[in-house]
Write a protein that binds this ligand. Structure first.
Ligand SMILES: Nc1ncnc2c1ncn2[C@@H]1O[C@H](COP(=O)(O)OP(=O)(O)OP(=O)(O)O)[C@@H](O)[C@H]1O
Ligand SMILES: [Mg+2]
Length: 470
């Protein structure tokens, strides 16, 4: 095993401190009055937008499951869910939001049924752009790349949205997602408001992970060391459910809101449980379920309480490497063959997968991917698409995914943002059903092909009008 240390972080995969390599942002030109007004307006806007932006109810993941079929039939009667046809018209969501997804442990597990897209939470959108314009340069060399870009990606219970971004070359797609990441020089915007979780973006943060098109890694670190890198500075934090702490005969069972990713023997610190007798340092006794772990709490009475978090302040080297090995396999590389290789010993597609794993291992809430699969051969690309869908189901991040492949956008996305040509603005927001079969199977479905053709015509039209204006 190599023990090379990094000289400096590469042009990183995370936008926060753990990802490394993010350019240091200069403080944004703040407009506190506008930001305060934007936040104050949130409640009103939410009420106004909720009925307009409700997604269709959809059955997904396992179409063979009778329950899912029944849900699809019920919701489909109103929402047209059984047809994978793009639509823009607002459609009523099913009456009740589906329960949150069951998530497997990060270290593996059976396929997961993802939560249906119920009603958005009564929270600010995960990402919101309000009349965002970006002009590069000044004076006679000023160039407006995006103009008045407005969209909102809502927060849904138990799942994130998969947002595909399509648009002609140069329309400002990278500008938009780098702004979300808080990366210079796209960030800060020239005018308008960019909000993440209702708060203005001030720069990169660990809640957002970026996979760049020109993927990069530490040249002097092995595959294993590259992927484990971000974890050196990061622990884990898992929210305990509202009634998720139950102690019987000195054994306490904690239930977490998402897969805890803990292993037997790991040291955790429990904080913030309403009944304070649950709080304090502990060692994981067992992990009977992906969202359940137990610890021994001697000398304390039987009790039940909830809330709080389980923190793992930092992972040991062996824990980091164990998680990194999981991700090596997850992105289709081989622990046995590849973990000790250095970037120069890998093909472009393999390096890209290392870069993807470096970001995903950090489990950011928002994953920003700028044409991440562009360099992959078709079979690898299909496999990576399927892997990404599986990951999305397991961890429920909100994903922004730029691609020039309409098939890829339609397959992966459940929300497609289509940008007009330069200066880019959101031309259309299209909802399509999320993937319910492997990429290669779904892309042969005639209905899927219809959706793709419709979008292709729009883009061809855009690109020809762009050329006409050149
Ligand atoms: N730092 C910069 N300075 C000046 N102009 C820039 C800068 N970054 C991007 N641009 C310009 O802004 C426009 C949008 O660029 P952007 O990279 O966002 O496009 P894109 O939609 O991602 O294109 P592609 O699909 O080709 O990657 C382009 O005309 C580009 O030349
Ligand atoms: Mg780009």
């Amino acid at each position: 095993m190599s023990t090379h240390d990094p000289n400096k972080p590469p042009g990183g995969t995370g936008t926060g401190p753990a990802g490394g390599g993010s350019p240091k942002p200069t403080p944004p030109a703040r407009d506190p009055a506008a930001e305060a007004a934007a936040l104050a307006m949130f409640e009103d806007e939410e009420k106004r937008q909720a009925p307009l932006d409700e997604p269709p109810g959809r059955a997904e993941e396992n179409m063979a499951q009778a329950a899912a079929k029944e849900a699809a039939a019920k919701a489909g009667a109103q929402a047209g869910v059984t047809k994978p046809v793009a639509h823009e018209a607002p459609v009523k969501a099913p009456p009740a939001a589906a329960p949150a997804a069951t998530k497997p442990a990060v270290t593996g597990g059976a396929p997961v049924k993802m939560a249906e897209l119920g009603k958005p939470l009564k929270k600010p959108p995960v990402v919101e752009f309000k009349n965002v314009t970006k002009t590069y340069g000044k004076g006679s060399s000023a160039f407006t790349a995006i103009k008045d870009v407005t969209f909102a990606i809502e927060d849904y219970p138990g799942r994130g949205e998969f947002v595909s971004i399509l648009g002609p070359s140069g329309c400002g797609k990278s500008t938009v997602i780098r702004m979300i990441a808080g990366l210079l020089p796209q960030f800060p915007q020239t005018s308008g408001t960019v909000l993440v979780d209702g708060r203005p973006v001030h720069g990169p943060g660990p809640d957002r992970g970026m996979v760049f098109q020109d993927y990069t890694s530490f040249d002097n670190r092995s595959v294993l060391e590259n992927i484990a890198f971000g974890l050196e500075c990061r622990g884990l934090s898992r929210t305990i459910t509202s009634d998720g702490a139950v102690r019987k005969q000195t054994v306490t069972k904690f239930t977490t809101q998402s897969a805890h990713g803990l292993d037997k023997g790991m040291k955790v610190t429990i904080v913030g449980v309403s009944d304070k007798s649950f709080n304090g340092p502990a060692t994981v006794l067992a992990t009977p379920e992906p969202t359940v772990f137990t610890v021994q709490q001697e000398g304390k009475p039987d009790a039940a309480s909830g809330g709080g978090t389980a923190n793992v302040p930092s992972l040991s080297r062996s824990e980091r490497y164990e998680r990194a090995r999981y991700w090596i396999e997850k992105v289709g590389l081989s622990v046995k063959k590849d973990e000790d290789k250095y970037p120069h010993q890998l093909s472009g597609g393999m390096r890209q997968r290392v870069a993807i794993a470096r970001t995903l291992i950090l489990e950011p809430r928002i994953i920003l991917m700028d044409e991440p699969f562009g360099a992959l051969d078709p079979p690898t690309r299909s496999r990576m698409q399927d892997n990404l869908v599986a990951l999305w189901r397991e961890q429920s991040p909100t994903i922004f995914f730029i691609t020039h492949s309409i098939e890829e956008a339609v397959f992966l996305g459940d929300h497609i943002l289509m940008f007009s040509n330069s200066p880019g603005t959101v031309l259309k927001t299209i909802r399509v059903p999320p993937p319910d079969r492997p990429s290669i199977v779904m892309q042969r479905d005639p209905k899927f092909i219809d959706v793709v053709m419709g979008i292709r015509e729009t883009i061809d039209h855009l690109e020809s009008s762009n050329r006409a204006g050149d």
